[in-house]
Write a protein that binds this ligand. Structure first.
Ligand code: NIG
Ligand code: FE
Length: 424
């Protein structure tokens, strides 16, 4: 008999999102539906998933096992939000109001607002206060069903403030149920003091900040904003080659506004992901489809910026790219930490099917942070990260937008949210 110390009992529907991972093409529409499903765990990992009959036959609950009654609920893997700028200070509602009067994101950035405004606010905050902000945001993410979240620096843009951001993120993550994956993004923008000497900023990143971040073990990935007016394709290539040599996994903000070829570069260097992709070219789609680099789409960004152009989700999926969706949570272009909302935008704006959007927010999101052996699907051996929603069937995840149906969240076998409230 399989021995279990945790049981989720009797989900009306359970979406397991099974491998092989990443999921591509038609496999993205296979959510691995099990009806009347039971999940058993031991020491935080899944040891059994199946229907009631198989559970009774195969599983023995250990004395003191915690059983969560999930009858009438729909279960799925906790969301993996693989792209966020979580450790930021302040907010930019002033800029948002100007955009509503007709200014564009790029115009405001050129006037010193945009990312550089958040840089000023983030440099000014104390580390402990930034950690408290991160902690509150992680709680909100958890209440909306996220159990794994990536978080990027990139609002410090100098050695002490990039380190401060990553340390604040680590402090917030310590003891929090959400698994946090830190990314160093010193190449998010060129800071004001280096605008006339960008080369020197690249040297600072490569020779001082990257080694310091690695030495302190503060980030698993390196990310860069490859965009017109930020970092060119050549500069991006130089940065990611140095980052790979320093031991970082690679992510690239690519082809968001102007197609510079960041997607092709990401595939060529074996990046974990290329992100945004609103302006991606055919050659970029082909390059991603032929690689293990995840195409991460951030549908709240064009929604939030009120821009018409969308990432070509359908063409990417049909070409065979591994597509993920993520929040891009940040104060300028995507002020939401709610992955369910993002999933809904994947359906309504990008025309993904409900199944594709679910897979993109879970199993393929896990691939984008290279944690596909740990999280993102409900399979034996993986972490027992399950969200339980109070809905009649899984179509309601998209069909009934704008409300939060997450009733319980189980993270590594522990109940982290119970009856819609934090319980860790
Ligand atoms: O991913 N595109 C670049 N960076 C962020 C925006 C950050 C900001 O506006 O503060 C993004 O959308
Ligand atoms: Fe981003």
């Amino acid at each position: 008999m399989i021995q279990a110390d945790r049981v989720v009992a009797g989900c009306r529907q359970l979406l397991t999102c099974p491998g092989p991972l990443p999921k591509r093409r038609a496999a993205m529409r296979d959510v691995g539906l099990v009806e009347n499903a039971w999940i058993a765990g031991r020491n935080g990992r899944i040891v059994f998933v199946g229907d009631e009959e198989a559970f009774q036959r195969e599983v023995e609950s250990l004395p003191g096992a915690v059983v969560l009654d999930a009858r009438g609920l729909v279960g799925l893997p906790g969301f993996v939000d693989s792209h966020t700028h979580l450790p930021f200070a302040g907010s930019r509602e002033d800029e948002f109001a100007l955009r509503l009067q007709g200014a564009t994101y790029q115009e405001l950035a050129a006037r010193g607002m945009g990312i550089r405004s958040t840089v000023r606010q983030t440099r000014a905050i104390a580390k402990a206060d930034l950690a408290a902000l991160c902690r509150a945001r992680l709680d909100s993410m958890l209440l909306h069903g996220t159990t794994t979240a990536e978080g990027k620096s990139g609002y410090g843009l100098n050695l002490p403030d990039e380190i401060k951001q990553l340390e604040a993120l680590a402090e917030a993550a310590a003891g929090h149920p959400i698994d946090v994956v830190p990314t160093f993004m010193g190449a998010h923008e060129v800071p004001d003091e280096y605008r006339e000497r960008k080369e020197d900023y690249l040297d600072l990143l490569i020779h001082e900040v990257m080694p310091a971040v690695r030495a302190k073990g503060l980030a698993r990935f390196f990310d860069v904003f490859c965009e017109d007016g930020v970092f060119t394709l050549e500069e991006t290539a130089r940065l990611v080659e140095a980052a790979a040599r320093a031991g970082f996994g690679i992510k690239i903000h690519a082809d968001e506004f102007v197609p510079l070829g960041g997607s092709e570069l990401a595939a060529r260097v074996g990046a974990a992901s290329a992100e945004h992709l609103i302006a991606i070219r055919e050659s970029g789609i082909a390059a991603l489809a032929g690689s293990d680099t995840v195409a991460t789409l951030l549908p709240n960004v064009p929604f939030f910026l009120m821009q018409e152009k969308r990432a070509p989700a359908r063409r990417l999926i049909d070409a065979g790219a591994a597509v993920a969706i993520a929040s891009d949570f940040n104060p300028g272009s995507s002020m939401t930490e709610n992955m369910l909302f993002v999933l809904q935008l994947g359906v309504f704006l990008l025309r993904m099917t409900i199944e594709e959007a679910i897979v993109a927010a879970t199993a393929n999101g896990a691939c984008a942070v290279r944690l596909q052996n740990e999280v993102g699907s409900l399979e034996v051996g993986k972490k027992m990260d399950v969200i339980l929603c109070d809905i009649p069937n899984y179509y309601f995840l998209a069909y009934h937008p704008g409300v939060n149906p997450v009733r319980h969240v189980v993270k590594s076998g522990r109940i982290a949210v119970r009856d819609g409230r934090l319980a860790y």
